[in-house]
Design a protein around this ligand. Structure first.
Ligand code: ADP
Ligand code: MG
Length: 354
């Protein structure tokens, strides 16, 4: 009698434990992921924002810190403002001797040269001397003369950058060359942040560094991430008839597992007298790019969209679009220079528009 009641008690206990196990297993499986907005932080001379989707809050917070940590790490390596960055060391020493660099810096320089070739030199990380020159011209409020422009131009050109993949070294063929990764490093850093967040267990997320954004997975309560395209007209002068209107957000892109980069002359430029010069330099003319008001590129990686958005900004609608159409998985939305501000889209861009 006692034995059988003990057996019943054991059976009940085992059943309870099993049910509890099944309950926790199912609860864990069906638990809705949590989405946390890490907000904005100042990194890479701009504002960066990270949103993450993870299983629980503690993990989400860890992913946010990991993501921002990567942005800071890449900035320390690739900033041309910071004298102790690896890039600054290369800029100081690479004419005198080949400089051995980290695998990451070498990788981004190889990517840069790849995009220079692809864009026929429209994208060029050796643009440093011209960026400097126009920066100083803006401060002095005087347009540089022909000779000064020609002297700076002689120190620019990706074909003068010598990369040795075996030794992992960088060397400059001409004295006074200077690398400027401003057109590609943010995208590279965004990709690195996404990679690190995924390794930390993020199911989804969005990393933005100014105009460079990459999304992965899905938001917690929607099917796609939404990326608003800022209207350059709203930030510039009023549009003329027939052009796009002046609302702040021009269109909304719906994306999953994609990167989106925008380059434009409306946020950062050099003003001399009443004229604005884009901070993006057309190295063929040695002056600010002026063919497009803004251009947005969509592709799988942010390093690609960042470099391509800078390249296409220099190339203009016709050549830029031809380049985009020649690349698989790349789309573009361009806005021509004012006063026309015409929207031009690549053949597959509508897939991402509402
Ligand atoms: P943003 O930095 O505003 O997001 P971009 O990605 O287009 O815009 O990068 C512009 C920056 O790239 C410039 O500030 C400069 O540092 C650098 N740059 C300028 N002209 C070129 C060019 N032709 N090729 C590559 N980088 C460039
Ligand atoms: Mg860029």
């Amino acid at each position: 009698m006692e034995n059988s009641s003990r057996r019943v008690a054991i059976k009940i206990a085992v059943t309870v434990v099993l049910l509890a196990g099944v309950y926790f297993f199912v609860a864990e499986k069906i638990r809705r992921p949590i989405e946390i907005d890490g907000g904005y932080r100042e990194v890479m001379g701009t504002l960066a924002r990270i949103v993450v989707v993870a299983k629980h809050e503690r993990q989400a917070r860890r992913c946010i810190e990991t993501g921002f940590g990567e942005l800071v790490r890449i900035d320390k390596m690739m900033s041309d403002y910071k004298p102790d960055s690896e890039l600054s060391k290369v800029n100081r020493e690479a004419f005198a001797n080949p400089v051995k660099v980290s695998p990451e810096l070498f990788e981004i320089l190889q990517k840069s040269v790849e995009f220079s070739r692809l864009s026929n030199g429209a994208f060029d990380v050796t643009v440093g001397p011209l960026v400097d020159l126009w920066h100083k011209a803006g401060e002095a409020n005087v347009v540089p003369d022909e000779n000064t422009l020609a002297a700076a131009k002689a120190r620019v050109g990706f074909e003068k950058l010598i990369l040795d993949a075996n030794e992992r070294t960088v060397q400059f063929a001409v004295k006074g060359m200077r690398l400027d990764l401003g057109g590609i490093a943010k995208g590279y850093a965004v990709d690195k942040a996404v990679g690190a967040m995924r390794r930390e267990g993020a199911i989804g997320g969005m990393v933005c560094a100014s105009g460079d954004i990459r999304c992965f997975g899905k938001p917690a309560d929607k099917d796609t991430w939404r990326v608003g395209l800022q209207n350059p007209v709203a930030a510039n002068q009023p549009a003329s008839n027939g052009a796009i209107g002046a609302e702040q957000v021009l269109m909304v892109l719906k994306v999953n597992d994609m990167a989106v980069s925008t380059s434009g002359d409306y946020r950062r430029f050099v003003a001399i007298g009443r004229k604005r010069y884009s901070h993006i330099i057309d190295t063929s003319t040695a002056t600010g790019a002026s063919k497009l008001s803004s251009d947005t590129i969509l592709a799988a990686n942010a390093v690609d969209t960042d470099a391509l958005s800078t390249a296409v900004n220099v190339m203009g609608a016709q050549k830029g679009l031809a380049l985009v159409e020649s690349l698989a998985g790349v789309e573009a939305i361009l806005i021509t220079a004012g006063p026309e501000y015409q929207v031009v889209k690549s053949s597959g861009a509508d897939t991402y528009l509402q």
